[in-house]
Design a protein around this ligand. Sequence first.
Ligand code: SF4
Length: 297
Amino acid sequence: MMHITLKPPRVAYSERNPARVDAKPSERSMFVVIGRTSCSYAIKNNPCRFCAFWDKSPKIEGIAFEDALAKVGVAKGGRIELVGSGSIFDEEQIPLTQLCAMLKLVGRTDAHSVLVESRPEYITAEKIKLARRFLGSKTLEIAIGLETANDSLRFMLNKGFSIWDFHNAVSTIVDAGAIPVAYLLAGIPTMSDYETQCDILESAFTLSLLQKKLGISIRLAIQTFFTSLSLSSLAYLVPEFVAQLAIDVVQKTGMEVFVAPSSEGLTTHPLNSARAQFDLFNATQDILYLIRIKGSK
Ligand code: SF4
């Protein structure tokens, strides 16, 4: 019988930075996986407003997943994050055979946990069970780009799913033995500083209630980069402003927060000037590092 070697998808960009994993300071290794197509949601429904990523992936040659893993490395007890311009669980983008080949490689690493990014409609119990089979004792986290708990705002962003779709996906994730992660968007370009602060806090309160109601843990990642506009239009995305947002969420809700420091290789990230302090906060959850950012100006 002919033996066919299944190849994982290629990687457009990868990086490794400090993160808190299993309640301990550690590192995350993040891989932007190249899909067979652009984001299927964007093809069928037009891209989400301000998305800068949806059509990038198939145009980039990238490097083999194994090579990216070897180049970036994985911290013992760290986290591997598989993200894409769309959804890792979308079979039009990442065929099942490629997903399995990638998870098989990931399963052999010393990582403690593995995060997979997906839109809610592709998150099924079968997909999670399949992933967990390859990952053995590693923890599986499923991240959803919720952006905001406010349905009207998400509608304006053309995200194409409601808070109830998110709730259903969270239930599926938890019932299948994985951990939900929600990405919140700090800085929708049409919003003022005040509106952004209110929206992030309101969203965090909603998620912390859901967390308590379901008796589960949801991790928050505050994203500060999601735009095709020039950075000059994002004047309010200064480190001091984002540091205060993270302080508010940690102090008012007690949720674990990760301030996402990556622009996935597209351009310089607006938070780069305070990157070292954000990294230390991400690894420890100690808000003193955020207070230092605010005090540095
Ligand atoms: S935000 Fe995600 S789901 Fe929306 S268009 Fe961009 S890549 Fe697709």
